[in-house]
Design a protein around this ligand. Structure first.
Ligand code: PMP
Length: 398
């Protein structure tokens, strides 16, 4: 059978291949990008579902507007206000089927085959693949622990004239890096100066462990004249509530939202009205602050345990910056004392020792760094984290 040429640009991810090995019994996995299902607020979601079926069954089980279920748009507008973006009216956001769909809609509305886009190196693998599916050449901008470097980004913007710049400014996946306040302002200025769309993907911003991160690019747009027009913001309930509801949203210029809505109409018509109504009831019930506090506390403890274990077990064999939020620890193998520097080779040996992680290379659209790897501290409890890092030490020594 003949398939569309656009598929030639993408391949099933190396990560999925690795996931096939995870079925091995007893394996401790730091590989997934999932939140911990033990932390889902099942009782809260059950109560929200009951209220939906009691109070609004007709609307919640019916087809709905492509832009989203109005009560949810109102709740998300208030949620964004609580996070510092005060002026996002319900009509200025559309609900998407996970933020993954928002990224797909951005690809559909913005990218012609052969266009260039700029992403961080490393970045979320599915975004690289999604933009490539629309024919984009995905250029990688270097980052450090403060996120993307504005000078370098400007050089790449001038050189490549990209259709968009995609960033995960807060607790990046996989890097864990957070863009500093100063760099955030500079990036908004660059968007205006070069008239380039900046996409802020922000599924992790609420998952901070101690101090709140700097305001989102979206929340900073009022401080940089003209920048709102050049910013699109993707939000998600997946990491703070649960991914199974598939609730994400996209905020952007009205012309962009109109086109994204049209594309969505021909794709899934609308995000599940039942899921949207449930999320709206959940947000309306006012328990989100407690849910967030609980989730933050658990992940903070696990991140600390993983950092401590890495330092004490692996010492100078690894380098990493202790994450201040999110789900991921980005680690570099130093090769100290002749130990393994190639994360791909280590991943195989690690599985033999009963621990799994994802090598860093697939997260780079260009110039992969084979000495990097991503560890998720989200799903294993503290004892398993310690045991997993001890197994990693054995794999390094093997
Ligand atoms: N963006 C980033 C950076 C992610 O890590 C993820 C999920 N791992 C998503 C978007 C997609 O999330 P969802 O579709 O569940 O909202």
């Amino acid at each position: 059978m003949k398939f569309a040429d656009r598929l030639n640009n993408v391949e099933t991810s190396a990560i999925r291949e690795l996931f096939k090995l995870l079925g091995k019994p007893g394996i401790i996995s730091f590989a997934g990008g999932f939140p911990d299902s033990a932390m889902f607020d099942v009782a809260g979601i059950e109560a929200a579902t009951e209220r939906v079926l009691r109070d609004e069954p007709g609307a919640a089980l019916q087809y709905g507007a492509t832009e989203g279920y109005q009560p949810l748009r109102e709740q998300l507008s208030a949620f964004m206000a609580s996070k510092g973006a005060q002026d996002v009216a319900p009509e200025q956001l559309i609900v998407t089927t996970g933020s993954q769909q928002a990224l797909d809609l951005l690809g559909k509305t913005m990218i012609n085959p052969g266009d260039r886009v700029i992403v961080e190196g490393p970045t979320f693998l599915a975004t690289i693949q999604c933009f490539r599916l629309y024919g984009a050449e995905v250029i990688s901008a270097p980052i450090d622990s403060d996120g993307v470097k504005p000078d370098e980004l400007e050089r790449l913007i001038v050189e490549h004239q990209p259709r968009l710049v995609y960033l995960i400014p807060t607790f990046g996946n996989p890097s864990g890096a957070t863009l500093s306040l100063e760099r955030r302002r500079k990036i908004l200025e660059l968007a205006v100066k070069h008239q380039v769309l900046v996409v802020e993907d922000d599924p992790y911003g609420d998952l901070y462990f101690a101090d709140a991160p700097p305001p989102s690019l979206l929340a900073l747009t009022p401080t940089v004249p003209g920048s709102r027009e050049w910013l699109a913001h993707c939000g998600s309930l997946s990491k703070v509530l649960c991914p199974g509801l598939r609730i994400g949203w996209l905020i952007g210029h009205p012309d962009l939202l109109a086109r994204a809505t049209m594309c969505k109409q021909f794709s899934d018509a609308h995000t599940s009205t039942f899921a949207q109504a449930t999320a709206a009831q959940y947000l309306r019930s006012g328990v989100m602050p407690q849910t967030l506090a609980r989730v933050r506390a658990v992940y903070a403890e696990r991140a600390r345990a993983m950092g401590d274990a890495l330092r004490s077990e692996l010492g100078d064999a690894v380098e990493f910056v202790q994450p201040q939020g999110g789900l991921f620890m980005w680690v570099r193998l130093t090769g100290a004392r002749g130990q393994e520097r190639d994360a791909n080779a280590l991943a195989k040996r690690a599985i033999e020792q009963g621990v799994a992680f994802v090598p860093g290379s697939p997260f780079f659209s260009q110039n992969p760094d084979p000495s990097t790897l991503r560890l998720s501290f989200a799903t294993a409890d503290i004892d398993r984290i310690r045991e997993g890092i001890a197994r990693l030490k054995k794999a390094l020594a093997a």
